[in-house]
Design a binder for this molecule. Structure first.
Ligand code: SER
Length: 635
């Protein structure tokens, strides 16, 4: 099966069960400054799991591109990727376990065609401390499903300690069978939703001998063992709890949050534990083989790093994240730089990232059209970053070798005489130099050192941290002068700039004409970047007029009022809405009386006076043909 076929089967299946299919949200969460990336399908759904009404109803499904930055160093094995597609379905206070479990079983066994004999499941063991019961209900439903498939399913506890026995269903504690954005219950902030979950695993077969070959060979194998015999292919979260000051309370509604990795379900359907052998990576893998003259089978780790990292970088740049030294951009830079470094190992010496990216754009372009729209940008950003890095790499490695020679040469004698600094100290300084002067990522320094057989001592890292902290403090003091006063925290600032974006669009339409519509926006706590349709460069007078419009609205301290209307009603009342095609029947309309009326998901400040400050256009430039871009701030 191909990824395309699987994605379609999944969405068709859940559409058939009354689900509205929504498009994937961008990898950078819109107006959520608490997290850098969309790391799961449920993230954009949180307000609705908490009880807000979704415009498309109570049954939603999608395939959501997700990025988990914490996994960068893990890449290289047969089943981890930083970017993945998460198939998701949600019940927003609608169906629950009785429907979800049989549907998943049906989907996996009938639609995907997985043999039920190789499917194993887990459920929550229950916890006295949390005052949450063992999930016997899920066990009974699973038993019934397996029974109908001719399999007697036994539930077994403590398989991680005693082995799996004849079990099919296994209990685990909250470390494994509880899901929230923040992980285990104790890490959840007050006000966060979560719940016990029930996960499904595919068994690639004991006969592959993966467990015996792993470092866990002396412990019993079980479905959550990391030897690779079992692979998690999906997670049904029964999200019905809210963390409160007094422990867990029931949410207003019982939700289901299902997430399953497309890549992994595909690997299960191929019955091959290596997800890099699915059709997703085929053409890119062949391209690397062509460029390097080497075979995947002989260099799996380097191939996997390159395959994963370039795919992730392609998607991230496609969502507007350019390589840089901070925030999201830092991860794109790291991905590209690690990929280039691993390509070095395969003797690929020339720029290659854009060749691989082209294969992915070809493969994913139908589903993720922005990849096609921004293709030229993506390819050129990849090549530019590669050029920059090759230069850095050369210079940095020379410095690196010098430092290590020097450190080696420092004898105890000269140390005692106080002539030389200790090697730990020298390493620390060298790392600092490599990071700040050459833009060398820390992780890469560590890896380079290891390859030279050197374990950088902790003391050196501490020395580095100390120098780096000082360096940061200095640059922060310099920057602080610029941001005096202002709003309390990031999310408030972001919300305020979101409202500013509405006022700005209304101002632009008033000053330039009604041909102006929003083409995109990106808001951080410091600035708003706003793209809009307009053929010409704005004159200074026009910019000033827009600034005045927005500032007048801020000074008026006008209330920002939200109403839920049907799309037709919203249009009738003259609401502006560039992204209206994303929504279904009912939409939210935010009105700032006398200034702006716009379809939008929110959030916004309650009164324009909460924007606190003066709106200023910092830059106005061309974004693409017929589209202008403004960068603006509130000072
Ligand atoms: N949120 C759950 C997960 O990410 C299921 O969608 O695993």
């Amino acid at each position: 099966m191909t990824a395309k076929e699987l994605r379609k089967k999944y969405l068709d299946f859940f559409a058939g069960k009354g689900h509205a299919i929504i498009p994937s949200a961008p990898l950078v969460p819109e107006n959520d400054p608490t997290t850098l990336f969309t790391g799961s399908g449920m993230q954009p759904m949180i307000p609705y799991l908490m009880g807000e009404k979704h415009p498309l109803g109570t049954r939603i499904a999608d395939s959501q591109k997700s990025f988990r930055s914490g996994d960068i160093e893990e890449i290289g094995d047969n089943r981890h990727t930083t970017l993945f597609e998460m198939l998701g379905n949600w019940s927003l206070g609608d169906y629950f376990k009785r429907e979800q479990i049989p549907w998943m079983f049906e989907f996996l066994t009938k639609e995907v065609g997985l043999d039920p004999k190789n499917i194993y499941v887990t459920v929550f063991r229950g916890s006295e401390a949390l005052n949450i019961d063992r999930d016997e209900e899920a066990v009974e439903i699973w038993k019934e499903e397996f029974r109908k498939a001719g399999i007697k399913a036994e539930a077994v506890d403590f398989s991680e300690r005693d082995g799996m026995g004849n079990g099919r269903i296994f209990y685990y504690d909250e470390k494994k069978n509880w899901w929230s954005r923040a992980g285990v219950p104790e890490n959840m902030p007050i006000g966060e939703p979560g719940g016990p979950d029930s996960e499904m695993f595919w068994d690639f077969g004991a006969e592959l001998g993966l467990h015996e070959k792993s470092k866990w060979e002396n412990e019993p194998c079980h479905v959550n063992c990391d030897c690779g015999r079992f692979m998690e292919i999906g997670n049904n979260v029964f999200m019905e709890y809210l963390k409160t000051e007094n422990g867990f309370e029931l949410l207003k509604q019982k939700n289901v949050d299902f997430g399953g990795g497309l890549e992994r379900i595909l690997a299960a359907s191929d019955n091959n534990p290596d997800i890099f052998l699915t059709d997703i990576f085929k053409s890119s893998k062949e391209e690397i083989e062509k460029l390097s003259g080497k075979k995947y089978e002989d260099n799996p780790e380097s191939f996997r790093v390159i395959l994963d990292h370039i795919r992730a970088a392609t998607f991230l740049i496609g969502d507007g994240v350019l390589p840089s030294n901070k925030d999201q951009g830092y991860f794109v830079r790291r991905l590209i730089r690690r990929a280039v470094r691993f390509a070095h190992k395969l003797d690929i010496k020339n720029n290659f990232c854009s060749d691989i990216a082209e294969k992915y754009i070809e493969l994913f372009g139908d589903e993720y059209v922005n990849l096609v729209d921004f293709k030229n940008n993506i390819l050129s950003e990849l090549s530019k970053e590669e050029d920059r890095f090759r230069k850095t790499l050369e210079r940095g490695l020379k410095e690196f070798d010098k430092t290590f020679k020097m450190a080696e040469a420092v004898s105890n004698e000269s140390l005692e005489e106080g002539v030389m600094k200790s090697p730990d100290y020298l390493f620390g300084e060298a790392i600092f130099d490599l990071v700040t002067t050459y833009g060398f990522p820390k992780e890469l320094i560590d890896e380079e050192a290891r390859e030279r057989g050197i374990e950088i001592p902790n003391a050196s890292w501490e020395q580095f941290d100390e120098l780096f902290k000082k360096h940061q403090e200095l640059s922060r003091t310099a920057a602080e002068g610029k941001f005096k006063g202002g709003l309390a925290d990031h999310s408030e600032k972001t919300t305020a700039l979101h409202t500013v974006a509405h006022l700005m669009l209304a101002g632009l339409r008033k000053v330039l004409g009604s041909h102006v519509h929003q083409k995109g926006s990106n808001i951080t706590s410091e600035r708003v970047r706003f793209d809009f349709s307009h053929p010409d460069k704005m004159t200074d007078d026009q910019k000033k007029a827009v600034e005045e419009y927005v500032n007048e609205a801020i000074q008026a301290n006008a209330p920002v009022v939200m109403e839920e209307l049907t799309l037709d009603e919203a249009k009738e009342r003259g609401a502006e809405g560039a992204f209206e095609h994303k929504y279904g029947e009912k939409v939210k309309v935010y009105t700032i009386e006398g200034y702006s009326k716009e379809i939008c998901g929110g959030p916004h400040v309650a009164n324009t006076g909460d924007i606190k400050g003066t709106f200023k256009i910092k830059k106005e430039e061309s974004s693409s043909s017929g589209v202008r871009r403004i960068k603006a701030v509130v000072e």
